[in-house]
Design a binder for this molecule. Structure first.
Ligand code: BG6
Length: 521
């Protein structure tokens, strides 16, 4: 975390609000992009947490906002034995917990909800699922369009995708009506080789246009806004380069610990969990060149160019570019919390990093010499996701005699969480007879003047899958380039003899290890 930025922001004495927005643009017109084709979403792994916490609430919310066709079916499947009634009850409770249960609408929605038991490695089980889906399809008179959402551990992706394919469920109707799509969530492999291997398996039965690799960060409204901000305004882009920008800090700080995910996290650590995906996407959106059109492949082409330009780390001098940390006990949001090694399911000797700051350089004309500091960690002082652009100092200070050498440089913050906002700080004269400067902040709050609901990230990705729009999804070349950059780094960290020495402990509730300061010097 760039502490100075955060501190300065809190101390900013003045706030200037934006003018009211263009009255011609109604937020109503931006709400829904279109109704998804009728069809079905098959949630593979529907007895799990993700289905109850994210997927079904997002589908219900889409339904409430008229984004789902009335004849859209939701079929949950998993190894657990559940009847349709039990599954519906479970989902009703999940909506209640999410605070979005509308009983009248639920009565109708729940009629389209079914559950079928499957064994992920057993073909017969998927064949009977296929029969069952066809029956449901006929019964509801809906189209033969299918989304398979893999809400299962990544180790099962390959076999589930293969079973879906072998059961004939991935075939798209030859007359062109009836699509089949598969959705996978990160992690896409655990290094370059496994990512390629997973992709090969998916491609055995699905073509690239059928595969949707989710990164929920991309569906956050303010993350999507980065491109609008940069490329729909003429005033920022001319400054968006090494001539005017001193450094960029991209931070995703969390207060949560490992929670109940030790089994996964012990194997992943922060680099695989946050950097290979979310952090790389934020980096690409901040650093990319403007695409010629706002179209999925052109946007993804530009992102890929960013990944190609990242300068590989010298593995022999990892510590010049990377600080890793692991949380110890401490106090977060007023509560005592245990050290990572004392969390349930974590090896008491674990060397898994829960924090990292990475200093990245890009070898291209735009960014030569500009450091990008990427930071993410668990159990930090605040949950905060933001991109801070620090501009260069003024080339010459005519106020030197009165104010000294240093004038705080301008800063632009793209706030993603908790403040969905854009703010710019600049210097003004403090009122009064003496010449004093004071930094002021001009804030645009994303919700300001917006009256409609803000869709949850999962709603947006589900809708886009159903509409067949790949804009917010990873393309395999991007996945591989990011792994190509990170795999040697991971190998370097995981195999070096002094592994314990490069992992700095930090107290929970702070901003991470002190060693980060050295990286930023
Ligand atoms: C997930 C990671 O992808 O993103 C989690 O696996 C992390 O470890 C989460 O907590 C953060 O997402 P958000 O939307 O809360 O910033």
């Amino acid at each position: 975390m760039d502490n100075t930025d955060t501190m300065a922001k809190r101390n900013s004495p003045a706030v200037v609000g934006p003018k009211s927005p263009d009255p011609d643009i109604s937020s109503e017109s931006c709400l829904m992009e279109g109704i998804a084709d009728p069809g079905m979403i098959v949630i593979v792994g529907a007895s799990g947490d993700l289905t109850a916490r994210k997927i079904v609430p997002a589908l219900f919310s889409l339904y409430l906002n008229n984004g789902l066709s009335d004849s859209f079916l939701v079929v949950g499947c998993a190894r657990t034995r559940l009847s349709d009634r039990e599954f519906r009850e479970k989902m009703r409770n999940a909506l209640k917990t999410a605070g979005i249960l509308d009983d009248r609408k639920w009565q109708i929605f729940s009629r389209s909800l079914y559950y079928r038991r499957v064994d992920y490695g057993e073909l017969a089980s998927f064949q009977s699922l296929a029969d069952s889906l066809k029956e449901l399809n006929k019964k509801h008179g809906t189209e033969w369009n299918r989304v398979f959402y893999l809400a299962i551990p990544p180790s099962l992706y390959k076999s589930a995708a293969e079973m879906i394919g072998k059961a004939g469920l991935s075939t798209e109707n030859r007359e062109g009506n009836g699509w089949a799509r598969i959705v996978v969530e990160k992690p896409f492999g655990r290094d370059l080789d496994t990512a390629i291997d997973l992709d090969r398996s998916l491609h055995k039965h699905f073509k690239e246009h059928q595969i949707f690799r989710i990164d929920h960060y991309l569906a956050k409204e303010t993350v999507q806004n980065i491109l609008m901000f940069r490329f729909a305004n003429a005033i920022f882009e001319p400054l968006w380069n090494r001539r005017y920008i001193d450094s960029v800090s991209i931070t995703a700080a969390e207060t949560l610990g490992v929670e109940h995910r030790a089994g996964y996290y012990e194997q992943a650590g922060v680099l695989r969990d946050m950097f290979q995906n979310h952090m790389m996407q934020l980096l690409a959106l901040t650093a990319m060149d403007p695409p010629s059109q706002f179209e999925a492949d052109r946007v993804r082409d530009e992102k890929v160019k960013v990944y190609r330009a990242i300068r590989p780390f010298p593995i022999s001098r990892l510590q010049d570019h990377l600080v890793l940390g692991q949380y110890g006990a401490g106090t977060v949001e007023g509560k005592r919390v245990p050290a990572y090694r004392d969390e349930q399911g974590v090896d008491p000797q674990s060397l898994t990093p829960t924090f990292a700051t990475m200093k990245i350089f890009m070898d291209n004309w735009r960014w030569q010499g500009v450091p990008f500091f990427l930071t993410s960690g668990k159990r930090l002082a605040e949950k905060r996701t933001e991109i801070v652009i620090r501009f260069k100092e003024v080339p010459h200070s005519m106020f030197r005699q009165t104010l000294g050498e240093q004038i705080t440089p301008n800063r632009l913050i793209l706030g993603i969480y908790p403040d969905e906002k854009i703010s710019i700080t600049f210097q003004t004269k403090n009122p009064g007879p003496r010449v004093c400067l004071r930094p002021v902040t001009m804030d645009f709050n994303y919700n300001q003047d917006h009256t409609g609901p803000l869709p949850d990230a999962y709603e947006k990705v589900l809708l886009d899958v159903m509409l067949g729009d790949h804009m917010l999804f990873w393309r395999q070349d991007g996945v591989e380039l990011c792994w190509a950059f990170l795999t040697p780094v991971l190998k370097g960290c995981e195999t070096c003899v002094d592994r314990a020495e490069i992992l700095f402990p930090y107290e929970s509730g702070t901003w991470g290890p002190k060693a980060v300061g050295d990286l930023k010097k």
